[in-house]
Structures are given as C-alpha cells and as structure tokens.
Design a protein around this ligand. Structure first.
Ligand SMILES: [Zn+2]
Length: 234
C-alpha cells in the first residue's frame, strides 16, 4: 500500500505543476483497482529517474548523477504529458526507491532499489520503461549518449529512435547497444531502455548535463525519440 500511496503522491505533485495542468482530463487515465477501491495510474511511459537518496550514482566533484537524472526526468515528464503521451515518474525528489521496498527481504539496498523499480513496472500499467542515467569513465575524453536495450526487437527499436534523436541533439553518431548485464533490462517485461545521456566525467558533457536549458534539449530529444517509436509501432 505504501508503494501505491507514493505513486499516487507522485501523480498529485506532478499534476500541480503548470505544464501538466494543460493535459486533457481524458489523457490522465486512471483505472479502478477493484480489490481496495484505490485508483491505480496507467500511462504509456514509465520514466525511471536513476538512483536517488543515499545512492548518488556517478559523481564528478560535487556534481551527482542522481540530481541530473531527476532534473531531466521531470522535464521529460512534463514534455510527454503536454504532447499527449501520458507518462509517470517513479521519483520526484531525492530519495532512494529502496526506502519504499517493504517486500524484498534482501540485505542489499541496491537489490531492493532495483526490484522496487521493476515492481512499479508491474503495478503501473505502462507500455514502455525509459530509465535515465549518466555515464562515467576514467577516460575523460569519452562523451556522448548511449542507449542500452533488451534483446527484443521492440526495445532495440525504441533504443534506436532515442539514440538517433540524442545523436542529432549532441552531434554524435553512436549506435545503441544491448545492455545484457543490467537488471532492469533483464527483468522488465515491457520494452525497456537505459538512456545514458552523456558522460559526467567529460567536462563538455557535464556542462551540458547540468545546464537547465541543455537539460530541456536532452529531454526534448528523448521525447521526440519516444514519439517516433510510437509512430512506427502504432
Ligand atoms: Zn546511473
């Protein structure tokens, strides 16, 4: 129940923001959960804002991946909903999703965090999962976006569409890759991708990733990739 309350809370918080207020009521689909009378959100895209709380993700000085992921996830949420693509966001603040996990009896906070993210893909009716992350490597010349996908063709197509629009936005020419070792890609049933939006370890990428106007451009590119995928698979 706590999980459900948190998701609903996210809906309420997000819906209080100006852009989402423009979303027509019929696009804010809610389905009735018959067993307890609670309404469960349904949407097309579940946006996973990577890391959070105690888990900062990749770092460069005082710049934390979790903050970049959240800032861009919120922009993507508002953009998609304003473009008629219902989306939900799995965290709206700086907290770890493992804190919501009361069901996975693992001592590993990391495992509880990941299983909670996957669980939300089952509890919220969505047709795709887009997980936002930022890359890090010792070689600080490495830059640019990389989208990781599951082995399924739909996931690869979604990754190709988002990679293409991010390549245009960042003037790069990278290909998406299969992300076999990643838990979310292995365990989520619907088409899922991990979007590594750039490298926190590269100074030009870091400037882009932390600038609100550039963040909006990244979110716009991801939304455009999602729209292309939806158009191809309609
Ligand atoms: Zn990450």
């Amino acid at each position: 129940m706590f999980k459900i309350m948190r998701v609903l809370l996210i809906g309420l918080i997000c819906c209080s923001q100006p852009l989402s207020a423009a979303v027509p009521e019929d696009e804010q689909q809610l389905t009735q959960a018959p067993e307890d009378g609670w309404t469960m959100p349904s949407a097309v895209v579940l946006i996973d804002a990577g890391h959070g709380g105690i888990d900062g993700g990749a770092t460069a000085g005082s710049t934390l991946e979790k903050d970049i992921n959240l800032a861009i996830a919120q922009k993507l949420y508002l953009l998609l909903n304003s473009q008629g693509i219902p989306a939900v966001l799995n965290r709206t603040g700086d907290y770890a999703l493992s804190e919501d996990n009361r069901w996975h009896l693992s001592r590993s906070r990391h495992k509880r965090d990941l299983s909670q993210r996957r669980q939300l893909t089952e509890e919220i009716e969505t047709t795709m999962l887009v997980s936002l992350h930022v890359n890090w490597t010792r070689d600080n010349s490495k830059h640019g976006p990389i989208v990781l996908h599951q082995s399924s063709g739909e996931s690869a197509l979604l990754a190709f569409c988002i990679q293409d629009t991010l390549n245009r936005q960042q003037q790069t020419a990278f290909y998406p890759r299969e992300g076999k070792p990643f838990y979310l890609l292995r365990r989520v049933d619907q088409p899922a991708v991990i979007v590594e939006m750039g490298f926190i370890s590269n100074s030009a990428d870091r400037t882009m990733l932390t600038d609100p106007r550039q963040q909006l451009k990244i979110a716009t590119a991801i939304a455009s990739g999602i729209r292309q995928y939806k158009w191809i698979t309609r």
